[in-house]
Design a protein around this ligand. Structure first.
Ligand code: DAH
Length: 344
């Protein structure tokens, strides 16, 4: 019986080799692995054999069965593949042609720079928060020391949603600074956060002005935070983003919601400080505004200015992207010209 099994195995394999179509393969399966096949008969007859023989033949028969099954599966896969290829060839598809390259999407330059900026601050331990684009006059102006009559309102050409509603009017936020108040209302110190988002200006667009852009706001509040912490944080950011060699200028500026207020500029990348058209012949490019949070602003966020101090900063993302990539027209960012976008 062992010999019979051996012969059966060899015969089946030889026949399988000659099979060239899926239909033939099915007849082969019925013949060698089907219910009425010799192999099945042998397996059925095992019960009538003496114990010793039953063990040997049984083991051998099961092995042959397994081997034939796996040869069958392999052959099936092979035939399916070749059948598909010949089908495609009959349809006029040349399967040897190299595939067309698939063009993969890419991140918008603003998104790339925004992520890079956030990553630097996240590494310094800042948390990320987001807030609404449609904002109340209160958060955008009042709470930031810019009441109705304040001339600083002129700094922001505002897109109003409600006209003539005073403090209760809605607008499209003109900067991300309102998030300072929203965060203070929600969180107790210590606070160390950045708030990225879109801001809007009612502005005629030109090479340096857009009506929608991105800003990243920063806020840190704790006991004993000083101007030195602000300077250290911003210098660290500039060095990480623009490189260790780039010179940084840190000097006074005015914003109603900070005291003192400062402005940070970096050495012009085009002329290295000598003065050129890009930097309006000053040698410097301003990148952000910042300062120590005004005590009245802390109070509006329910934080006691006698106990806590804090710093804040705000930067324009497109402006920083323009400096990084030497882009001279801000309108390129949102004109959706693929010749521009594909360069990043
Ligand atoms: N919000 C200001 C703007 O859009 C930028 C700014 C200045 C933000 C000083 C600050 C700050 O947090 O402290 O022009």
């Amino acid at each position: 019986m062992l010999k019979q099994l051996e012969e059966l195995h060899l015969e089946a394999l030889a026949k399988l080799n000659r099979v060239s179509e899926l239909k033939e393969l099915e007849s082969w399966r019925i013949r060698y692995l089907g219910k009425k096949s010799k192999l099945t008969q042998i397996l059925r007859s095992l019960a009538s054999l003496p114990l010793e023989e039953r063990k040997k033949v049984g083991a051998q028969a099961n092995e042959v069965k397994k081997a034939l099954e796996s040869s069958f599966t392999e052959k099936e896969r092979h035939l399916e593949e070749t059948t598909l290829i010949s089908f495609l060839e009959r349809q006029g598809v040349d399967v040897t042609l190299p595939g067309r390259p698939i063009s993969i999407g890419r991140l918008h330059p603003t998104t790339r720079i925004l992520e890079e900026i956030c990553d630097i601050f996240i590494r310094m331990g800042f948390q990320v928060f987001e807030g609404p684009d449609v904002e109340w006059d209160y958060y955008n102006f009042e709470a930031l020391n810019i009441p109705q009559w304040h001339p600083a309102r002129d700094m922001f050409a505002t897109l109003w949603i409600d006209a003539d509603m005073g403090k209760g009017a809605r607008l499209l936020r003109t900067h991300t600074s309102p998030m300072q108040i929203r965060l203070m209302e929600r969180k107790r110190p210590p606070i160390r956060a950045i708030m990225p988002g879109r801001v809007y200006r009612y502005e005629a667009t030109d090479a340096t002005h857009e009506s929608m852009l991105y800003q990243v706001e920063g806020l840190a509040i704790n006991k004993n935070i000083t101007l030195a912490d602000l300077k250290g944080t911003l210098f660290e950011f500039c060095h990480c983003f623009f490189g260790q060699e780039r010179r940084i200028r840190f000097r006074c500026d005015y914003f109603p919601f900070v005291e003192p207020g400062v402005e940070v500029a970096i050495e012009c990348s085009a002329c290295h400080g000598a003065g050129c058209r890009l930097c309006s012949y000053s040698g410097w490019l301003e990148i952000l505004g910042a300062g120590m949070v005004h005590p009245d602003v802390l109070k509006r966020g329910n934080i006691d200015p006698e106990v806590y101090t804090g710093f804040a900063f705000g930067m324009g993302v497109e402006r920083i992207a323009m400096l990084r990539y030497s882009i001279d027209d801000i309108r390129l960012f949102y004109s959706n010209d693929s010749r521009f976008l594909e360069q990043f």
